[in-house]
Design a binder for this molecule. Structure first.
Ligand code: CO
Length: 472
């Protein structure tokens, strides 16, 4: 049993009931004059439904967070996403929708096919995305929920994707603004459907790929020519889902399968090939690109699927979780020759929740990635405590950490001058466990030194992902 104190990381897994709106946070330091816009984030904020506490970090009810940057000031607002899942919980005091690792108690007759029921969860606690002028809160069911980026008011379920399981990490086409994603249609014969949604909401199918046992893939990769699915050997068992098991309980780790890299041409949906590499697990792709007949794909990779179970809420709340470290692995696929797949570790420094200068380098050769993970040499029961800037060319890194501080995903925002790939800032919500409050940290993305921080009056529960929207 780990010993925990009042200043440890577990504070970030408490529920937050309070929705607030603050016009001006107290700012220490100086914000760059060009930083004008809004950081929109989502994450779990409430874990209880009456007497029931959900099982997993991924199961908490979504809260939206908004940091506004204008004229050197920072505003903050938070609101629960008024999803159907949230409203039912408010009305009944009970969990009514099946989440990642928690199922509502149903009668034996109703305990089937939770994912196939029309009432699949719309608890968009993983990521936010912009499609045209609509803003969407996303989770891994294909039920995006639209919200107003000014008021954080929920507008309702947006157009659904054609399947059962998707990712909250769609890619954006640089030229058209189309969002690209895949969705798994589950059944005795499952398929991956690759599809695009144009800014006006029109969906088009890019490819339909039959799969015997679909993989659990939290994200995927895009190059300028291809969509790449890395099929980790963590498989989703349809039979288990069909008998009413939670999504997580349907997973099985099958390392003997290795990892399959499925490369699909974006132009016509044809399969360019499938290459097999060693067994790995990852939530997050960092970037991918094609060069000299090779496809290079960078992942935050784990040895196995243990991380999925270590993020169960009990262990995170009592400090006994043993969080494995992901590291940035570079998978190189020899597209033209017979070299297969090689995997190398770019840096031993733990690396997760990756961000890049997306607009400039996604799908292209690049040099810098920014992430949040445990500090190097962290003990078994420590939490995410360091922001890292990684030079994926030579493996060198810069870090930011502070005593008792637990940072989240560093969102890179490019400076308008775009002088260099790393010309910009990183924005991260950090829990200061000594003070029991969170702050929004602004780092110079070139030097990784602190430029400013804006103090939030309470602790913000650890969230997952967000996006910066420039003003105008
Ligand atoms: Co994610």
């Amino acid at each position: 049993m780990a010993t925990t104190t009042a200043t440890d990381y577990t504070q970030g897994f408490r529920s937050l009931e309070q929705e607030i709106e603050v016009d001006r946070l107290e700012v220490a330091g100086e914000l760059p004059a060009w930083l004008e816009g809004t950081l929109l984030r989502t994450g779990p904020a409430r874990y209880e439904h009456g007497d029931l506490t959900v099982n997993h970090w991924f199961d908490g009810l979504a809260m939206l967070h908004k940091f506004g940057f204008s004229g050197g000031d920072v505003s903050y607002a938070s609101r629960f996403l008024q999803s159907r899942a949230y409203r039912r919980s408010q009305e009944t005091g009970r969990l009514s929708y099946s989440e990642f690792a928690t199922d509502p108690c149903r009668s034996i007759f109703a305990r089937t096919m939770a994912l196939f029921h029309p009432q699949v969860t719309d608890n968009g606690n993983v990521n936010v995305a912009r499609l045209g002028d609509r803003f969407l809160a996303l989770t891994e069911t294909p039920v995006p929920v639209a919200f107003d980026p000014e008021t954080l008011e929920t507008l309702g379920v947006d157009q659904r994707a054609p399947g059962h399981i998707t990712t909250a990490h769609p890619h954006g086409d640089r030229d058209s603004g189309e969002l690209l994603n895949y969705v798994t249609r589950l059944g005795p014969r499952s398929t991956y459907v690759l599809y695009g949604v144009a800014q006006d909401g029109v969906q088009r199918q890019i490819a339909r790929l039959p799969v015997q046992q679909p993989s659990y893939m939290h994200s995927f990769a895009l190059t300028e020519r291809s969509i790449v699915l890395a099929e980790f050997p963590l498989v989703v068992r349809f039979g288990q889902l069909a008998t009413g098991k939670s999504f997580m309980a349907s997973f099985a780790w099958r390392p003997e399968r290795g990892t399959s890299f499925l490369v699909v041409d974006r132009a016509d949906g044809s399969v360019r090939g499938r290459w097999r590499g060693p067994p790995l697990f990852a939530f997050h792709h960092v970037n991918a690109f094609e060069q000299d007949g090779r496809l290079v794909l960078d992942l935050c990779a784990y040895e196995d699927d243990a991380i999925v179970r270590e993020l169960l809420l009990d262990g995170l709340r009592n400090g006994t979780a043993q969080i494995p470290d992901a590291t940035l692995r570079r998978c190189t696929i020899d597209l033209a020759g017979s070299g297969g797949v090689t995997v190398e570790t770019v840096s031993e420094v733990p690396f997760e929740l990756p961000r890049i200068n997306y607009g400039a380098v996604n799908g292209r050769p690049y040099r810098y990635a920014y992430g949040a993970a445990r500090r190097p040499g962290a003990g078994p029961h420590e939490w995410i405590s360091r922001l890292t800037k990684l030079d994926v060319g030579d493996g060198s890194d810069l870090g930011w950490s502070a005593d008792g501080c637990y940072p989240g995903e560093p969102v890179f925002v490019a400076a308008p001058t775009r002088a260099a790939e790393d010309d910009g800032v990183c924005l991260s919500v950090v829990l200061d466990a000594h003070r029991g409050t969170s702050f929004l940290l602004v780092l110079d993305a070139t030097t990784f030194e602190e430029l400013a921080r804006a103090e939030v009056p309470h602790a913000i529960p650890y969230g997952f992902h967000g996006q910066f929207q420039r003003t105008g």
